[in-house]
Design a protein around this ligand. Structure first.
Ligand SMILES: Cc1ncc(COP(=O)(O)O)c(C=O)c1O
Length: 430
């Protein structure tokens, strides 16, 4: 089918879909960091399939593990225990803090968040939850209620008892303060939120180590210790939503929270876990898991094929793209981004870590007025040159989130395309 036919049929038969680019791209095949569309055009995929393709497209070891499992047994409900889930849980726990040894495998990040909050409420007996403004936590009623981002509120929000704290966004501080003289007021404000807007009994705080959808908002180093201490003093747990940040994506460590030195009570992970196969996990301590006092069943829980892909993904990451590799690549990306910032006034801020970095574009560095039109033009310019990136923030940021197996020469190629694309757009706005 050609792209025009696909788009016509999509309009007729699907709902709730949005596509990137004025003339959307339909992807036909992929290999490593490259993808080809149905018209044969080749692209360097620096969005990494919305951060799911940790090992790139169709890594042969992951593909082989999936194929082997599909040929043996596609599906078995969790009512029949399966070796894949227990073997993988053991392997996954080796890269996690020792306290986090109990897993529940589901299919999406939304599921993982849902189960994390459920467990926190069950464990603490409290119902109220602190979330962060700008966060994205999924599309269920609970996920949307936790989410505080204008693009993702369609369909309403329904769950009560959720209070949103200011985002630790040092580039656009909601409290109009400057780091470090602010003394992380965005975190200390949580005390007042609990005291003045809740019953005083909190089930949890849920937060992303780096807020991905928001445009890679990276909290200052003191943030999590301060915020989590306050919540724990009020009896609450720390849920780290690591759907984007886990599996070494932030470099140096396997999990994102490790950069801030605060161990969560519950983690939600997904995306990169299985190289693009649907899988997620809610991970917690034996004590918190036991407080459920029973079972929760989902049809596709611990899906054998997805778990086989996750197992092979972790092996590949350990061999080819451990956190030390991502850290090195991250430094290369940051150096490239800093050079772009030096050269182009459109670049307002660069941030993030490892293979999870972003650029926020502004019309004017003093007013920080978002440059959404320039970003739309940049999307088209990068696409023309064969580079895929993601959007972030409220449409004024780029998300640069390549597969973790990306090489230095591939990053060099992407940075060069980015440079030429920004130069083209900058020339039209200056
Ligand atoms: C931090 C975070 N949490 C949860 C989710 C929801 O994951 P999913 O889209 O797999 O349901 C996402 C998705 O982007 C996410 O970025």
């Amino acid at each position: 089918m050609d792209i025009e036919t696909i788009l016509t049929k999509q309009e007729e038969s699907l709902w709730g879909v949005s596509n990137y680019y004025q003339r959307p791209i339909s992807l036909a095949r992929g290999k490593g960091v490259y993808v080809w569309d149905t018209e044969g055009n080749k692209y360097l995929d620096m969005f990494g399939g919305m951060l799911t393709l940790s090992t790139g497209h169709c890594h042969p070891k992951v593909t082989a593990a999936i194929t082997e499992q599909v040929e043996k047994l596609i599906f078995a409900p969790s009512l029949y225990p399966h070796e894949n889930a227990v073997a993988y849980a053991e392997k996954l726990s080796e890269i996690l803090p020792p306290s986090l040894s109990k897993m529940y495998f589901s299919l999406s990040g939304t599921d993982a968040v849902e189960n994390a909050v459920k467990l926190a409420k069950q464990h603490t007996g409290a119902q109220e939850v602190i979330a962060i403004r700008g966060a994205y936590h999924g599309l269920s009623a609970l996920g949307m209620s936790l989410t505080a981002h204008p693009t993702f509120r369609l369909g309403g929000t329904h769950i009560t008892g959720i209070k949103h704290a200011p985002q630790p966004n040092c580039y656009r501080c909601a409290l109009r303060l400057t780091y470090p003289s602010c003394e992380v007021a965005c975190a200390t404000d949580i005390e007042e939120i609990i005291q003045k807007t809740t019953s005083g009994r909190i089930a949890a705080i849920i937060a992303e180590p780096i807020a991905g959808v928001s445009g890679l908002i990276t909290p200052p180093l003191e943030y999590f210790k301060t915020a989590v201490d306050i919540v724990r003093e009020h009896g609450g747990l720390f849920i780290a939503d690591e759907v984007q940040t886990m599996f070494g994506r932030t470099g140096k460590y396997w999990a994102g929270h490790e950069h801030w030195g605060v161990t969560p009570d519950i983690m939600a992970v997904g995306k990169s876990i299985a190289s693009g196969m649907p899988l997620s996990a809610t991970i917690t301590t034996p004590e918190i898991a036991a407080s459920l006092g029973g079972s929760i069943i989902s049809t596709f829980q611990s899906h054998p094929v997805s778990v086989a892909a996750a197992d092979a993904t972790l092996d590949v990451l350990k061999e080819e793209a451990p956190p030390s590799h991502v850290e090195k690549i991250g430094h290369q990306i940051r150096e490239g981004f800093e050079l772009l910032k030096d050269e182009f006034p459109l670049v307002g801020d660069v941030r993030g870590m490892g293979c999870m970095q972003g650029i926020e574009f502004v019309k004017d560095r003093d007013t920080k007025e978002p440059a959404n039109e320039a970003v739309s033009a940049l999307f088209e310019a990068t696409r023309e040159r064969g580079l895929l990136v993601g959007s972030g923030g409220t449409g004024n940021a780029f998300r640069f989130t390549p597969p973790l197996t990306v090489t230095e020469s591939e990053i060099e190629e992407a940075l060069s395309i980015l440079h030429d694309s920004i130069a083209e757009v900058q020339a039209t706005v200056s």
